[in-house]
Design a binder for this molecule. Structure first.
Ligand SMILES: [Zn+2]
Length: 434
């Protein structure tokens, strides 16, 4: 992979503060690469060698390339699966409250962020808004305020001498990003409506006038405006937000656009809601992927026989060895930053890799000189999981859980290895070529 590819991935990360923006970013690349949008509500007419994508609720996407021989017979699937969402602070349905002349944002914690990392950052707000502008038709607009409109200030150490022993904020009362410290004439709900209306008009909605717009609903979350950037003496690290799991989504996208020139069905599926259990219409436990595959493969016999010959890579970040915390890791099974793709193992099936699928992937990596390492959690610690087990159980497809080593997963600013990202793009491209 060239440095240009890495730069493209960094640019994509910086344009994707929410799952909606991640999907929109992927769509803009797919369209440039000759992919056509399919609507789940339409009759699909697919052609041999065609390239397509379908989205659900603007936050999950499945993109695929049809083999040159078409889809009339058994077609092995090469599926890369990842997730578009990341832990975040989402604003509540009634989002503002007042405390001694200060307006504060009321937020809900989405997933499991490292909450302390959200303090003293330059926070902006982004997401999706539904509105009408004179007719009954509801329109949807992605919004991104881009500028740092809010902040969550720490309490000075003078007012909490114990803070360095570990501060655990009370989530309802102490995790309220500041809207403004200026006295306001408007009621809080009017302030918020005005903010959204102004931003919608600035985005070109409502024929340029706020009075034409009636806001229906929204899903907006805070994010850190500091862009992703290479760091380390040799630029060996990439630091940024939402590396888990947008690095996998955008690496998969690079691979799908370049690879897939053979007789398999090459597919990239990126789902929302992994961080909260995947149980939704857009989540991996929903029927999005099964519904899509059943429309591509002509009948149950073809579907079952195709799945039996298929492979899935469930791609999600892995914990890199942290030299300051050796006691939290299994010395013999801890991957190190920069040393290649991590194969994840868990005997209790929290990851999908087994001796059969792992052997297949090791063979592919050895053939192409792609470095690999293995991860297993300490025997006395619980293990995380991925969308891999959900998808392999539902589809009956042979799967491997992989990822690239990452520090500070779920921090507002995570770190991964530049060379590992290159290895991932290389592996996914080779995977689609098989
Ligand atoms: Zn993840």
């Amino acid at each position: 992979m060239s440095d240009t590819t890495l730069r493209r991935i960094i640019a994509a990360l910086n344009s994707a503060p929410t799952p909606y923006h991640a999907v929109a970013t992927m769509v803009s690349t797919l369209v440039k690469k000759g992919f056509t949008e399919l609507d789940e509500g339409d009759n699909w007419q697919l052609t041999a060698g065609g390239r397509y994508y379908v989205i659900r609720d603007f936050s999950s996407i499945i993109a695929f390339t049809v083999p040159e021989v078409g889809l009339a017979d058994i077609t092995p699937l090469r599926l890369v699966a990842a997730h578009t969402d990341s832990p975040a602070l989402k604003i509540k349905p009634t989002p503002l409250k007042e405390k001694k002349k200060h307006l504060l944002w009321d937020v809900a914690v989405y997933g499991s962020p490292i909450i302390s990392t959200w303090f003293d950052r330059d926070l902006s707000l982004a997401g999706l808004v539904g509105y009408t502008d004179g007719s009954d038709t509801i329109k949807y607009q992605l919004l991104d305020f881009k500028r740092p409109i809010s902040r969550l200030a720490n309490l000075a150490i003078h007012l909490n001498k114990e803070t360095n022993k570990g501060y655990s904020p009370q989530l309802h009362d102490e995790l309220n990003p500041f809207f403004s410290s200026e006295k306001t004439k408007n009621a809080p709900e009017k302030q918020f409506d005005k903010l959204l209306l102004d931003e919608l008009v600035a985005s070109g909605c409502g024929k340029g006038k706020a009075k034409n717009i009636d806001i229906m609903d929204w899903d907006l979350a805070f994010y850190d405006t500091q862009p992703a950037a290479l760091c380390g003496f040799a630029n060996e690290w990439l630091a940024g937000a939402r590396l888990d799991n947008l690095l996998s989504c955008f690496s998969g996208l690079e691979a799908l656009c370049e690879g897939g020139k053979n007789n398999t069905l090459s597919m990239l599926a990126c789902f929302d809601h992994e961080e909260v259990g995947s149980q939704s219409a857009t989540g991996a436990a929903g029927n999005f992927i099964e519904s899509t595959l059943h429309r591509l493969l002509p009948n149950q016999e073809t579907f079952s026989r195709s799945m039996a010959q298929s492979r899935m890579l469930s791609v999600d970040n892995a914990h890199a060895y942290h030299p300051n915390h050796p006691s939290r890791q299994d010395d013999n099974n801890s991957p190190t930053m920069g040393d290649g793709i991590v194969l994840k193992y868990n005997s209790n099936q929290r990851y999908t890799t087994n001796a059969i699928s792992g052997s297949w992937l090791q063979g592919l990596c050895k053939k192409h000189g792609i470095p690999t390492q293995k991860f297993s959690v300490r025997a006395d610690m619980p293990c995380g999981s991925t969308i891999g087990p959900i998808l392999t159980a539902n589809l009956g497809i042979s799967a491997i859980d992989i990822g690239i080593p990452t520090w500070a997963m779920h921090s507002i600013r995570e770190t991964a290895g530049s060379n590992d990202i290159k290895s991932l793009v290389e592996l996914l491209t080779r995977f689609y070529d098989r």
